[in-house]
Design a protein around this ligand. Structure first.
Ligand SMILES: Cc1cc2nc3c(=O)[nH]c(=O)nc-3n(C[C@H](O)[C@H](O)[C@H](O)COP(=O)(O)OP(=O)(O)OC[C@H]3O[C@@H](n4cnc5c(N)ncnc54)[C@H](O)[C@@H]3O)c2cc1C
Length: 599
């Protein structure tokens, strides 16, 4: 991945592990502007009026219907968010993009079709197209006159995308590329007009091409019989001696992987937002049902175990939402710091690259959040949750694929640590220095420094301890495996989980502190409960993960000594999370919905 040239004002991607930030550095949904809210409202209204009534037809793949809805959403500007205004788009900031994604996900089949079209299908041309390509395609994509698909996966090449067998050779007259091969699992495959296709030039050099439907030798296969997302189109694509005009090469020969991976950064970030929106909608449905459904003479929502589910759903949404808006705010700040004269498209791509770690976190946490929420929703519905006439059954099926596409969660977990290590060794992130400082601190023994004070003193100490726990475990793993760390996937994934916990905990802590500062502790009391529950449970997970890593890489006295240090870092008083969850569930049940701003 290329190094970035981001403005100095922006904090670097991954720096949350080695730096502390102030509440005012973290964007929160409470700060959404009227314009940003309006984008969300427009999207929400569109889905409610135009999409939801047609779900039965969409689920049956009524021919042309999804394409028609996408085009209609394009007429009111919902497809051009990633396209600069000079090419007919709306050039949305990242916070607005999150709002849009959240609200469009009320029907997942529409959300994924939208994301594949306007995100990963359109952005390759925005970020890598030359002037002619942008002029030719972007105005059509921004309005929905043309629809797009992103075509990387092949039958034998999913996670291992570079194992592509699709080939491109220059025609004898030198005027076109001749494509041969097959793509698999392509969202919007059945109706898109423009396909972003990755193929190896001369069988070696991964490259990217813009292929138009109707090209000779190009065809799309039958709709796949999927477990969920039945309203979206997913097909194979076939290229048999398919000529593509020479000028439709996107970016450079042999640099297709740069296009592919940069675009996936944006896709992963947005996927977290789609999942958060879906989770909020599902919580609302579950909360209402818990009020209506009676057992043993009272609403099931009065039972502690149902209340606990509702609370936990809200708490996890709160954590993921806090991370995603924080990341979006960071990206917007970095773009703004580049100045008015900077090329916005280029900056947009650069920030996705800079915050690729945060985007992978968004993807993994967002998809696992939604799976948790839909699973608990099915449970709250009981037997009716298992019936297709009730909406949670569909939500359950639709959710599952989020952990698979845009890079499986296994691959993203590995990537998080791989990217961190790369940044550390190239000097972008002072991780090694932080590790060395920690070793000195450990050698010096318990510190007599003044502990943090104030309302959040304990939590600040735990957060600092979590960062140290990561450095401790990662340092021990690196010392043992050195450049073979990546081969030890179980260790890498455990470290990745600690990184994600750290970002989540800091994001929601800062958000609550910001809310308390602006509205007062009383008004933010339930939010504070949610943050404390997440933090305390999170610290438990971190401890388990760090112990697992240490026990795998050390033994004997050294292991015992490091475990003692770990315990010291994560020392904490027990918290009454039962009572805290009860207060959070009461807030959910008071409005039958996600209780915090950002609804
Ligand atoms: C509904 C749907 C829509 C999709 N839309 C698109 C689209 O629009 N465009 C597109 O290009 N693709 C699309 N995909 C494809 C998707 O990106 C791939 O399915 C995904 O990348 C996984 O690849 P795979 O299916 O080949 O699984 P595999 O790569 O075979 O993975 C199988 C399992 O092995 C694990 N695994 C693989 N490698 C490793 C490793 N190194 N370490 C540990 N575990 C590993 C994986 O995590 C997974 O659990 C879509 C898929 C689906 C189901």
């Amino acid at each position: 991945m290329a190094t970035t040239s981001l403005p100095r004002a922006a904090s670097r991607g991954g720096s949350f592990l080695v730096e502390s930030c102030a509440p005012e550095d973290v964007f929160s949904p409470a700060e959404l502007t009227d314009d940003q809210k309006l984008i969300g409202q427009t999207a929400e209204e569109f889905v409610r009026k135009e999409v939801l009534p047609l779900i039965p037809d969409l689920e049956q793949h009524k021919p042309g219907l999804m394409a028609q809805l996408l085009r209609k959403s394009g007429e009111i500007g919902l497809l051009g968010g990633g396209v600069p205004e000079e090419y007919g788009g709306t050039g949305l900031d990242k916070v607005s993009t999150v709002q849009l994604a959240e609200k469009l996900s009320a029907y997942a089949g529409f959300g994924v079709s939208h994301g594949s079209n306007s995100g990963i299908g359109t952005l390759p041309i925005v970020f890598f197209g030359n002037a002619e390509q942008k002029k030719k395609y972007l105005p059509l994509l921004a309005t929905g006159e043309k629809l797009a698909a992103y075509c990387l996966s092949e039958p034998q090449a999913g996670s291992d995308a570079q194992n592509s067998r699709t080939r491109a050779v220059l025609s004898p007259d030198g005027r076109s590329w001749i494509l041969n091969g097959q793509k698999m699992w392509i969202t919007n495959g059945g109706f898109a007009d423009i396909y972003i296709v990755f193929a190896k030039v001369d069988g070696e050099k991964m490259s990217c091409f813009i292929v138009e439907r109707g090209s000779p030798g190009f065809s799309s296969g039958a709709e796949e019989k999927k477990m969920g997302l039945k309203g979206s189109s997913t097909t194979a694509l076939f290229f048999e001696n398919c000529p593509v005009p020479k000028e439709n090469l996107l970016h450079e020969i042999g640099r297709g992987h740069i296009v592919a991976f940069n675009i996936l950064n944006s896709g992963r970030f947005s996927l977290g937002a789609y999942c958060t929106g879906g989770a909020k909608g599902t919580l609302e449905i579950a909360a209402k049902y818990a009020k209506e459904r009676h057992a043993f003479g009272k609403p099931i929502g009065d039972f502690g175990l149902i209340r606990e589910k509702l609370a936990e759903m809200a708490i996890r949404i709160f954590a993921v939402e806090s991370m995603i808006y924080r990341s979006a705010g960071l990206m917007d700040r970095a773009i703004a710091a580049a100045g008015e004269d900077a090329d916005k498209s280029h900056q947009s791509m650069k920030v996705y690259e800079e915050y690729a770690i945060e985007s992978s976190i968004s993807k993994v946490y967002g998809s696992e959040l939604l799976d948790f929420v839909v699973d608990e929703a099915v449970q709250i519905f009981g037997g009716y949750g298992f019936h297709e006439d009730y909406p949670v059954a569909r939500a359950y099926r639709d959710s599952r694929v989020n952990r698979i596409f845009e890079g499986t969660n296994e691959i993203n977990r590995l990537l998080i640590i791989q990217m961190l290590m790369k940044r550390a060794t190239s000097g972008v992130l002072p991780l090694m220095q932080a590790g060395a400082k920690l070793r000195e601190e450990i050698m010096a023994g318990p510190s007599f420094e003044e502990p943090p004070t104030g309302a959040w003193a304990d939590e600040e100490r735990i957060l600092a301890g979590i960062k140290k726990a990561f450095l401790l475990a990662a340092g021990a793993a690196l010392e043992k495996y050195r450049d073979r760390l990546a081969d030890n996937e179980e260790i890498v994934a455990a470290l990745s989980d600690i990184v994600m916990q750290c970002y989540a905990i800091e994001s929601l802590l800062r958000r609550v502190q910001k809310a308390e500062a602006s509205r007062g502790a009383q008004a933010a009391a339930v939010m504070a409960d949610a943050a404390r529950v997440f933090l305390h449970d999170g610290a438990d997970h971190v401890e388990i993960g760090a112990r697992k890593v240490l026990a795998a890489v050390l033994d004997g006295d050294m292991l015992r000594a490091q475990l003692a240090v770990l315990r010291r870092f994560l020392k904490r008083e027990p918290a009454n999370t039962v009572a805290m969850r009860q207060r959070v569930s009461a807030a959910v049940q008071a409005g039958d919905r996600y209780p915090f701003e950002g609804r």
